[in-house]
Design a protein around this ligand. Structure first.
Ligand SMILES: [Fe+2]
Length: 386
């Protein structure tokens, strides 16, 4: 392992893993003296049977709750502000977020407004959150976003077509309850793209210029688990072991990227997602087809290690062949090995490229990419997946 003696800082929440760990929600609201919590969720999740156990745990703890479920995929700035209005008007003292990455990111945004005021767009960027946010308990229902363990939140502005990153240690949840059961109800497409998102977090954290021993260790273990889980097949839908392993892979990659940063795949993916409103994992899948070949030479030893984890034959020694095989493995993870993804499938044209380039160039994720990237490079990278 590479010796890294530069200073590194780690922020990590309290984590409970295991089947039915969601029932600790009530105990933690009590520990946090939250007399009333805002449950941030969405309507599809809140009608699931396993929600009842969470509500029972809140009742047992004597915690009152109000439900806010008006949260869209790729959460909007107005979703955050509407949730904050409910939080403040109901005089809540904590947040219980139950959902995928979109719900968890929105819940973090609500927490920012609850204790800092203003609008959520005031906090876009790095370390802009001054006051501590309310206690946040997360029950993730997907395995991949890492939002349940990270200091990141992504909020969309649909008017200006921007997907905006907020990074602050205030956004690290207080508790993450990693329960297998809520994952059983997610659609297969969500399982696939969340899993690829998790793999992307691990890959980008591993080659990041902010990497460390801890993030490397977690990233490698996460990729190893994910490589054994994907491509996904429908017979795994009710497989508890599959779900639990995917949660662990997501937790490891989430801690890795939260502390080491991500890179160019995410900078491009946020731009793509902002313009075409695609699922985040899908947008990352498109971007990495360009980014892996572009970044490879800047961190060759680590990319070769990733290639081995992905199942690229150790007998291939030619770099160009390794790169091609890695890109092929990504499309295999989607379960569609012959299907190269393009932006034009989703309505993109050359006219979109200047905006995509400008958006990606201003994304904080680009700062930890192992290769310094300018606007010309970004133009070629987007053209490469058009
Ligand atoms: Fe991501």
């Amino acid at each position: 392992m590479e010796i890294i003696r530069e200073h590194r800082k780690y922020v990590i929440p309290e984590i409970i893993t295991g089947d039915n760990s969601r029932i600790y929600a009530g105990r933690y609201t009590k520990n946090f003296h939250s007399g009333s919590v805002l449950i941030a969720t969405d309507d599809n999740i809140f009608c699931q049977k396993w929600i009842r156990d969470i509500l029972q745990s809140l009742d047992d703890a004597g915690t009152e709750y109000v439900v806010f479920s008006d949260i869209e995929e790729n959460p909007r700035n107005y979703n955050v502000m509407a949730g904050a209005d409910v939080y403040l008007s109901e005089e809540c003292t904590g947040i219980l977020a139950i959902g995928g990455g979109s719900v968890l990111d929105c819940a973090k945004g609500i927490g920012i407004i609850a204790t800092n005021g203003g609008t959520i767009m005031d906090y876009i960027g790095v370390d802009k959150v001054q006051n501590p946010t309310p206690p946040l308990i997360c029950v993730p229902t997907t395995a991949g976003s890492g939002a349940d363990v990270s200091q990141y939140a992504v909020i969309c502005d649909t008017v200006h077509k921007t997907k905006n990153l907020i990074i602050s240690k205030s956004l690290v949840p207080d508790v993450s309850l990693l329960d297998t059961i809520p994952l059983l109800t997610q659609p297969d497409s969500v399982t696939i793209y969340s899993g690829i998102d998790s793999f992307t977090h691990a890959m980008e954290a591993y080659v990041s210029n902010g990497a460390s021993h801890l993030s490397d260790m977690l990233a490698l273990e996460s990729m190893t688990i994910s490589a054994g889980l994907f491509p996904f097949s429908g017979d795994k839908t009710d497989d508890y072991d599959f779900r639990f392993q995917s949660l662990m892979a997501s937790m490891y990659s989430g801690i890795a990227f939260s502390n080491a940063g991500v890179g160019l795949i995410h900078a491009m993916s946020h731009a793509i997602g902002a313009v075409f409103d695609l699922p985040h994992g899908l947008a990352s899948c498109i971007a990495m087809q360009s980014v892996i070949p572009y970044n490879y030479s800047s961190s060759k030893r680590k990319y070769r290690k990733i290639a081995g984890i992905m199942g690229v034959s150790p007998h291939i020694s030619d770099d160009e062949q390794i790169i091609a095989a890695m890109v092929e493995k990504i499309t295999e993870m989607r379960g569609r090995p012959d299907d190269r993804l393009t932006l034009s499938e989703y309505g993109a044209s050359v006219d979109n490229i200047p905006y995509l380039v400008a958006h990606a160039a201003s994304d904080p994720c680009i700062a930890t990419n192992p290769r310094i990237t300018d606007a010309d490079d970004l133009t070629h990278l987007f053209e490469g997946v058009l």
